[in-house]
Design a binder for this molecule. Structure first.
Ligand code: AHM
Length: 392
């Protein structure tokens, strides 16, 4: 760059021009955000190709660019996964815009069932489910989808091209919190199908989490964040509503140590095994436990997990004896536990069902439930020890 040239990050450029990033680039006649933009002193824009390793550099990084940069690590990649992740990010934006209007649906509706346009008012979880499906089913990247909302998996319909990936998702985690203006989330898991071609079958969805190709979640809270991993660290993006883009805000997340929080529904303590009760006492600092941890529980797995990922802590939803028909707790292995376990491990943590690593569990059914202990590695190993000592 010439000594007379001034260099601007996109953020600075945005401030300079008082416009959004895309607007700036359009103004400058530059549409490709993969390049660094510099202005010389006469104000003439020029583009410079970025260096090879674009992750963790001081410029604003959109999620699209980050995913593309990750793709370059895999020269054999076709771009299908890249585009699939981007489709999910788009779905996240659509769902985020709807969540902020959730409480208005009934006011704006004529009868509570119908909105002002005369359309059916859809519950937010059905809306989220439909949004993800509609944005991903026709693209030729997937062979099938499975949603926590639907009893059966869905092969990609014949009218659309088929791809090699399977998408499993919980469209709206924590949906019982919607009515109370509390945070909710979306969780997704991506596997490669196990057969080359033909219509996808149930056994292809029943893969252990260690086969995951990518996983992530979108947290709809005070801001909207998308966090994902493809097995190359965990990266978090915050949606900038003024730009309409997820921007890299939390590169290479590692679970901090020592842990600060534990998150569990203590209301069920009497229904837990002795090992789990003992573990809880340990976290509370009783009888040779750790220095008491702070208790935080939102009741939305994504939010509880997200806080502990950033601040350090452990979340658990144990097996309990409240309902003999549901002896393994409430959470689903394929839609909730496995994808978050992949993220936890990639961030230096661990996830277990109290006896074995979550990512090693061979699923037997699509909606299988599992006890879950996830977060700080040492604390998750501790519960395995106490369950071994007291419950086995
Ligand atoms: P949901 O899919 O019906 O929203 O249920 C899942 C949620 C999790 O997000 C959360 O960890 C758990 O249920 C809370 O359950 P409980 O109210 O029993 O503590």
């Amino acid at each position: 760059m010439s000594p007379h040239a001034e260099e601007f990050s996109l953020g600075q450029l945005e401030l300079q021009a008082g416009k959004n990033i895309k607007g700036c680039l359009a103004l400058l006649g530059l549409s490709d955000n993969r390049n660094r933009v510099t202005l010389n002193i006469d104000g003439e824009p020029k583009e410079e190709a970025m260096a090879d390793n674009l992750i963790n550099h001081p410029y604003i990084i959109t999620i699209e660019r980050h995913i593309l940069d990750e793709q370059r690590i895999h020269p054999e990649a076709t771009g299908a996964l890249t585009n699939l992740l981007y489709d999910i990010a788009v779905a996240g934006k659509v769902i985020a815009s709807k969540t902020t209007r959730a409480g208005l649906a009934e006011i704006l509706g004529l009868t509570g069932d119908t909105n002002v346009q005369g359309e059916q008012v859809m519950k937010l979880d059905s809306f989220a489910d439909m949004t993800i499906r509609r944005l991903t089913d026709h693209t030729g990247r997937l062979a099938g989808l499975a949603s926590e909302e639907n009893a059966e998996f869905m092969p990609i319909p014949d009218r659309y091209p088929k791809g090699k990936y399977l998408l499993l998702y919980d469209p709206l985690d924590g949906s019982s919190n919607v009515d109370f203006n509390m945070p909710i989330g979306t969780i997704f898991a991506i596997y490669k199908r196990t057969r080359e071609d033909g219509t996808v079958t149930l056994d292809e969805f029943l893969q252990p989490g260690r086969n995951l190709v990518a996983a992530g979640y979108i947290a709809y809270g005070t801001s909207t964040m998308l966090v994902y991993t493809t097995g190359n660290g965990v990266h978090g993006f915050t949606l900038d509503p003024s730009v309409g883009e997820f921007l890299l805000s939390h590169p290479d997340i590692r679970i901090p140590s020592p842990a600060k929080y534990f998150s569990v529904n203590l209301g069920y303590v009497l229904h837990w095994s002795r090992g789990v009760q003992r573990y809880t006492e340990y976290l509370q600092g009783r009888e040779g436990g750790v220095t008491a941890l702070s208790l935080r529980y939102i009741g939305t797995l994504v939010s509880d997990f997200h806080r502990n990922l950033l601040a350090g802590g452990v979340f658990y939803y144990p097996a309990d004896n409240r309902d003999p028909k549901a002896p393994s707790g409430k959470l689903r292995l394929l839609y909730e536990a496995a994808p978050l376990a992949f993220i936890a491990e990639q961030a230096g943590g661990w996830a277990s069902d109290g006896r074995q690593r979550i990512l090693d569990i061979q699923p037997e059914s699509l909606h299988q439930r599992t006890p879950l202990y996830i977060g700080d590695m040492e604390l998750v190993k501790k519960v395995e020890e106490l369950i071994r000592d007291h419950d086995m």
